[in-house]
Design a protein around this ligand. Sequence first.
Ligand SMILES: [Fe+2]
Length: 291
Amino acid sequence: MSTSPIVRAFFDRPTGSLHYVFHDPATMKGAVVDPVWNFDPAAAAVWTESADEMLSYIRDEGISIEWILDTHPHADHFSAAVYMAGKLGGVPRAIGEKVTGVQRLWADIYDDPDLPQDGSQWDRLFAEGDTFMVGEVPVKVMFSPGHTLASITYVAGDAAFVHDTLMYPSSGTSRADFPGGSSADLWDSIRAILDLPAETRLFVGHDYPEKGRQPNYMATVAEHRLSNIHVKDGIDRDTFIQRRDARDATLRLPDRMLHALQVNIRGGRLPGSEEGGHGYFKIPVGRFERR
Ligand SMILES: [Fe+2]
């Protein structure tokens, strides 16, 4: 393993979302992963406290940000990628190339054929195997579908941002029942992640700690293979799929899903807000079953 970036985690407690800044200490160049734009669904209010906390850290540490990286279109929070990029001098924003499939799927659910479905809302769409540098840290992209059909993992030196594939070993894995999700694909993606070197640090996208406890967000490949309750060594593919599907059938959809997707398939922009003033959400009534 050639390099080891410094990773700082940030936590949005209302959605249990973890987001990250990593940087190369040799060059002080870095990247942001999955920044959160705060949203209160009751008031449909948006604010930037989480992103501003990240920006303060970036400024205080003297990190030069080169990329805003999203792992997938999130179903529980809004991406602050556009806001962060604006505050950081227009650094490029990226996501996985299969986001176009998610755009097609949700453009249909929202009955919004005018939505551009070519990924043009981002500066770069990454494919499996793509590589780039952040300072002297090589970053490799792994296509990691399952939780969504567009999810990717960023492997930055000995740190991998796996987002909603794995959770902390004691919590297991993320759900695979959103539109375009697949527990079978999730298993295959996770096994590929667990084939990374044993000491690789895996940074996850969610934890849901009770009040007073700090979130758990990092464990190594070796720790997951030893103790992850859903995918540790010895559990087979069929067992995982059956357990994952059974558990997903008991989970309510995220309260923010129908708001979040229409923002996130636009790269982190409110619908209809380009002309200034308020944007308006469009919620498909009766499209999903009660859970
Ligand atoms: Fe997610």
